[in-house]
Design a protein around this ligand. Structure first.
Ligand SMILES: Cc1ncc(COP(=O)(O)O)c(C=O)c1O
Length: 443
């Protein structure tokens, strides 16, 4: 497929080759910026679930969980353009957009979650949440899940085993306790009915270990499905058990919905809902602005009140009228295009298709997920479940050659991650499954 729309830039930016851009990035930009694929792509336009390169070649985007309602959704673009042409200021003036957004967001969340703080990113949301939790509990300790990622600031790197135990990481900080991932495929406990409780019980011992060092838990951070952990679905009862342990010791519980919120998981708008719990704090990001930088924290009136110490919380850009207009348009599109139900339908079709492939190809050890948040785990031996990251990465490159964009993750980097914009269609899913079938036959 090629692009029918010419690449017309509104700016007079010189058009450079991929090689030239790479060279200039290496020379003048932060050297830790990574690029995807052996031969990086230069993408110049996006529409729906499609990205287009500088030659007009189309690529099916199965990676981007930020441009949630589709790349450059006209409704979202128009909302941002109109508000930008009218006014952009900060929260020190009264404006309708911010209160309307708070009302709309709150109407989707269970009581007592009803106080909204807006931020500019998921990291900022998680950072602010840590301050809220500490202000409320007067404690410092934090429980996190192994391999989790919660953001790039110093305090969030300390809460992200994905980073502090990874390359260049400084290891675990004294106030942090790491719980095992409740991975029923390769974790401590198999898929037994009580796996959720057994994994959740580790929160009790983590709390005791903090107390043994004269600390108490302020907060437990958990994604409601584990992203960097390898697209892991929490076993039933997991959060209920872990929340009980944390709350019994005076801590609060946070659901990081930065990757999995806003209907992606299909069965619910918020992924924590499947676990039957109500967190004390919910953090949001990525899809909230469909690519516009934004994040949010929603908490209870009690916790929010503990943050009222006399110190102002001012955030120059957060909650500005443009961001709120965009975020409102995202909620409108999710609702009007019934994208949550769509994610459930297409996600189920993908899961069924992947399970069909799993029956034919031994390299796929496990298929899991909810809605359009799916993982396929590659192994070199089904019985020993030996991770096969080389194969997973080879699949990603081979699919890219077929113009389908994917990525890998998980502790062993052997999980094919599927998290496209949720407008991803049944036809897109069929195309992906057909191409993956061919690639698996060849590789
Ligand atoms: C679960 C989770 N939380 C927080 C963040 C941080 O969000 P941001 O990159 O917007 O700062 C990320 C980003 O990848 C994430 O996946």
């Amino acid at each position: 497929m090629t692009d029918s729309k010419p690449d017309v830039s509104p700016l007079s930016v010189p058009v450079r080759s991929q090689e030239e851009i790479l060279r200039l990035r290496r020379q003048h930009l932060n050297p830790t910026l990574s690029v995807s694929y052996r031969e990086p792509l230069k993408i110049v336009r996006g529409e729906g679930a499609w990205l287009y390169d500088q030659d007009g070649q189309a690529y099916l985007d199965m990676v981007n969980n930020v441009c949630h309602v589709g790349h450059c959704h006209p409704r979202v673009v128009a909302a941002g353009q109109a508000q930008m042409a009218r006014l952009n200021t900060n929260t020190r003036y009264l404006h309708d957009n911010i209160v309307e957004y708070a009302l709309r967001l709150n109407s989707t969340l269970p009581a007592p979650l009803s106080v909204v703080f807006l931020t500019n990113s998921g990291t900022e949301a998680n950072d602010l949440a840590l301050r809220l939790a500490r202000a409320h509990t007067c404690a410092q300790g934090v429980l996190v899940l192994d391999h989790a990622y919660h953001g790039h600031s110093p305090s969030m790197i300390e809460l992200s085993p994905y980073k502090f135990n990874g390359k260049g990481g400084a290891g675990r900080s004294p106030h942090v306790r790491v719980l095992p991932m409740p991975d029923t495929y390769r974790g401590l406990y198999g898929p037994s009915g009580d796996a959720g409780q057994r994994y959740g019980a580790h929160a009790w011992s983590a709390v005791e270990s903090l107390q043994a060092e004269s600390m108490a838990p302020a907060v437990f951070y958990a994604e409601s499905l584990l992203g960097c952990g390898g697209q892991i679905v929490l076993p039933p009862g997991y959060l209920a058990e872990a929340y009980e342990a944390v709350r019994a010791a005076g801590g609060v519980c946070l659901a990081d919905e930065v990757q999995v919120g806003f209907g992606r998981v299909g069965n619910h708008l918020w992924a924590f809902e499947e676990q039957g719990v109500v967190p004390d704090i919910v953090t949001l990001g990525k899809p909230i602005g469909n690519g516009h930088p934004m994040g949010a924290v929603v908490t209870t009136p009690e916790i929010a009140a503990s943050f009222v110490t006399g110190m102002e919380y001012f955030n120059t850009f957060a909650g500005n009228p443009v961001s709120c207009a965009i975020a409102l348009a995202v909620l409108d599109v999710i609702e009007e295009e019934q994208l949550q139900a769509h994610a459930l339908r297409v996600g189920q079709f993908l899961l069924d298709g992947l399970r069909g492939l799993q029956q034919r190809f031994d390299v796929i050890g496990d298929v899991r997920g909810r809605g359009l948040f799916i993982g396929a785990e590659f192994v070199s031996d089904r019985d020993t479940r030996t991770p096969d990251p080389q194969r997973a990465r080879a699949v990603v490159e081979a699919m890219k050659a077929r113009h389908i964009l994917l990525s890998t993750d998980g502790p062993d980097d052997n999980v094919l991650k599927i998290k496209p914009p949720i407008v991803f269609s049944q036809a897109n899913a069929e195309r992906f499954l057909d191409q993956l079938d061919e690639v698996l036959r060849i590789l």
